[in-house]
Design a protein around this ligand. Structure first.
Ligand code: SAM
Ligand code: SF4
Length: 336
């Protein structure tokens, strides 16, 4: 199928925000069940509802032709999707030719298998989710994960030459006592660290309110021990970075609840079913799959512009007693 070029207008939404960053959830499936992300018994999509790797690659071609310069593959767990290496290679061919960066967010349980392939396909950085360094606590948060697999993945990433940023969801009463140790560990490993506030997305079978930890409070605690200085470093996403006195680790803060970052949002997300969500926190979306299957990329082009018009000014996340989840969708569906 040839790439449609009927429109080459750059992606700018109704509020003038330039959209340059696409996150693709390549599967809603995962080998872990993190408590803040999924319920224990998840109902995953039947495979025939999921885009083929070729369809994902074609849509990536289209978005790159429309001015997307950064793509992150995510999920669910991207490395459980069969033949994921092929997709990475296929999209990686655009690097230096429209695409500036291709990255991946992973739980790293299979990163030891894929690290070298990712590097060879042009990936230079990965985000690895790790909420605890303690094997028993890690197993508890992920409902059964083996931290040994994550360490094997991290070692392989380092050996392959991939830069690593650790993503840690800050959870009151679960890992708040590990934030400083995690910062020091990341520093010792040559990794960066981003802390994330838990977002009210989908039903997990547990109450997030109990474990919500505002990062405003965490930052004060860290700064009392290791002074922090805001720095201009950006990686294209919502993380705002700080230098940590006496350390080389950069500390990123992702604060959807305490410091809204929607005004300069440059992101859109595609689910593994081909639905384009313009915001993590809203249900509005445009479905590309039927158009693609019935009319090819020419039928999808006008939908890109329809999607742009849907981008809301901001999410409406609230956490607290009686506050419902912002969406029924889990983060694993939209892609974190
Ligand atoms: N499975 C991969 C992983 O865990 O890195 C990629 C997908 S996961 C949905 C992407 C990121 O979203 C992870 O860093 C995870 O910690 C984060 N996440 C998932 N659910 C979240 C929630 N409700 N609030 C905040 N972050 C969440
Ligand atoms: Fe899986 Fe990632 Fe969600 Fe954890 S955060 S359950 S690893 S998709």
């Amino acid at each position: 199928m040839a790439i449609a070029t009927s429109s080459s207008a750059p992606l700018v939404d109704a509020l003038g925000r330039r959209i340059s960053y696409l996150r693709i959830s390549v599967t809603d499936r995962c080998d872990l069940r993190c408590r803040y992300c999924m319920s224990e018994r998840m109902q995953f999509l039947p495979k025939d509802q999921v885009l083929s790797l070729e369809e994902i690659a074609l849509l990536a071609d289209l978005f790159i032709a429309r001015g997307i310069t950064k793509i992150r593959l995510t999920g669910g767990e991207p490395l459980v999707r069969r033949d994921i290496g092929e997709l990475v290679r296929r999209i990686g061919r655009h690097l230096g030719n429209g695409l500036d960066e291709l990255t991946l967010t992973t739980n790293a349980t299979r990163l030891d298998v894929y690290a070298q392939d990712l590097f060879d396909a042009g990936v230079r950085r990965v985000n690895v989710s790790l909420d605890s360094l303690d094997p028993a606590r890690f197993a508890d948060v992920t409902r059964g994960g083996d931290i040994g697999r994550v360490f094997a993945g991290l070692n392989a990433a380092r050996a392959a030459g991939l830069a690593v940023k650790i993503n840690m969801v800050a959870l009151k009463g679960i890992n708040d006592d590990e934030i400083l140790p995690m910062l020091r560990w990341c520093d010792s490993q040559g990794f960066d660290l981003s802390l994330i506030e838990t977002m009210p997305l989908g039903d997990t079978g547990e109450d997030r309110t109990d474990h919500y930890l505002p990062l405003t409070q965490v930052v004060d605690d860290i700064a009392a021990v290791h002074p922090l200085t805001p720095i201009a470093h950006r990686t294209g996403g919502p993380s705002r970075y700080h230098a940590v006195e006496g350390m080389r680790v950069r500390l990123g803060l992702i604060t959807p609840l305490t410091r809204n970052f929607c005004a300069d949002c440059n992101r859109i997300r595609m689910t593994c079913e081909g639905k384009i969500f313009m915001c993590l926190g809203h249900e509005d979306h445009v479905d590309f799959k039927a158009a693609l299957r019935e009319g090819g990329l020419d039928a999808v082009q006008p939908l890109v512009d329809r999607a742009l018009r849907l981008k809301p000014a901001a999410h409406d996340f609230r956490i607290g007693a009686n506050a419902p989840a912002a969406t029924r969708r889990h983060m694993s569906v939209t892609g974190g």
